[in-house]
Design a binder for this molecule. Structure first.
Ligand SMILES: *Cc1c(COP(=O)(O)O)cnc(C)c1O
Length: 373
């Protein structure tokens, strides 16, 4: 049985007509950059994320960069983040000239371990970027407390976690900024690249809008050097059509995760495979990924086997970011972040997309059990 890691075709088919109507409206208007469709989406996303403001940008990567730029974070500044995340989190810090400083992760949630942050703070530290990895919220209360005590900005990387909650609060509404990605494979994806920054402070929202348009405060009047970080109307139109379905998709992902747990429980894989764990604090996990851990050094062989028989799976992420060649100058060594490094050796994502079926999940678990038997 073929089981793709992600298949967006069913989702598109279910809303094709409305989608094409919206796209056609944008084409008829010939208004492609920012404008009413983007403003409408910003209002909708702010409400969905329970944030006061939302500003549409070109991508999740640019959402991170623009938040750092608005705060004036630059060369000589340090930003604390996790080594276990998509490259863009750390790339954004380096792109503005600042220095990333890593704190190891919590072994249960794979998110930055708040207990490891304070030791990393220096007089140069300006911000903390927690990432809500795989759709499960990082432990925000202690992070916000540390930030308050040391006067640091908190930028939530919520690119994998739209709609995820921490103690009843939506991610992106807790820190100073929330950064979201609408890359097609995210839980809410557009038809290209897109992103959003949420914030509660109206002054910050105003600056985000100025910075996304080359720092232009009046026509051809530039108070700052920003960039071209503008979301386009076609992507906004697509996202407005999809947003009302997002909670249904998140619930389907949660149901699929629960079903995996049931099927795995009967598969005799205890000690060989461990399933994703839920945080000790209350969360709404939206399962952007369902990542298992494979013990005994068998992960890579299992992955190759599953792919060979048509089961999609992937490794998020195979290398701790402090060991990436491009960050060599930061002086990271193997063993610096042992919890993260252990995860990179064992972790593997299985198909969990909303439309995947019980039969597919059974086939995935059967194949894993047969291989590891
Ligand atoms: C996807 C992702 C990004 C980048 O988003 P893009 O829209 O692809 O630029 C940043 N951080 C994390 C954690 C992500 O998963």
């Amino acid at each position: 049985m073929q089981v793709p890691l992600l298949d967006l075709r069913a989702q598109y088919a279910s809303m094709k007509e409305g989608m094409l109507r919206e796209i056609s409206e944008v084409c008829d208007s010939q208004h492609f950059i920012l404008g009413p469709k983007v403003e409408k989406l910003e209002t909708e996303v702010a409400a969905y994320c329970r944030s006061n403001h939302a500003v549409g940008v070109t991508s999740g990567s640019d959402a991170l960069i623009i938040a750092l730029m608005v705060e004036g974070i630059k060369a000589g500044d340090e930003v604390i983040t996790t080594p276990f995340t998509f490259f863009a989190t750390v790339g954004a810090i380096v792109r503005v000239g600042a220095t990333p400083v890593f704190a190891d992760i919590d072994p249960v949630t794979y998110n930055i371990d708040p207990a490891k942050i304070e030791a990393k703070i220096t007089p140069r530290t300006r911000a903390i970027i927690p990432v809500h990895l795989f759709g499960q919220a990082a432990d925000m209360d202690p992070i916000m407390e540390i930030a308050k005590k040391h006067n640091l900005i908190v930028i939530e990387d919520a690119c994998q976690a739209i709609g995820s909650e921490y103690k009843g609060r939506r991610v992106g509404s807790i820190g100073d900024y929330g950064c979201f990605s609408f890359f097609p494979s995210k839980n809410l994806g557009c038809f290209g690249d897109g992103g959003m920054v949420t914030c509660n402070d109206p002054e910050k929202a105003k600056l985000l809008k100025i910075f996304r348009n080359h720092g232009q405060s009046g026509t051809y009047i530039h108070e700052y050097v920003g960039g071209n970080f503008r979301l386009d109307a076609l992507q906004a139109a697509v996202l407005s059509v999809k947003l009302p379905y997002l909670d249904g998709w998140s619930e389907a992902r949660q149901k699929n995760a629960a079903e995996y747990r049931e099927i795995f429980a009967g598969a005799g894989l205890d000690g060989k495979v461990s399933l994703p764990e839920t945080a000790s604090y209350p969360v709404r996990h939206i399962y952007n990924q369902f990542c298992i851990r494979v013990a005994g050094g068998k992960r890579d062989a299992l992955l190759a086997h599953l792919r060979g028989i048509g089961i999609g799976c992937a490794i998020y992420y195979p290398l701790s970011l402090h060991l990436q060649k491009c960050f060599e100058n930061l002086g990271g060594k193997p063993g610096d972040y042992p919890v993260c490094e252990a995860a990179t050796q064992e972790i593997m994502a299985l198909p969990i997309y909303p439309e995947s079926t019980t039969e597919q999940r059974q086939a995935v678990v059967d194949a894993i059990a047969a291989f590891l038997a």
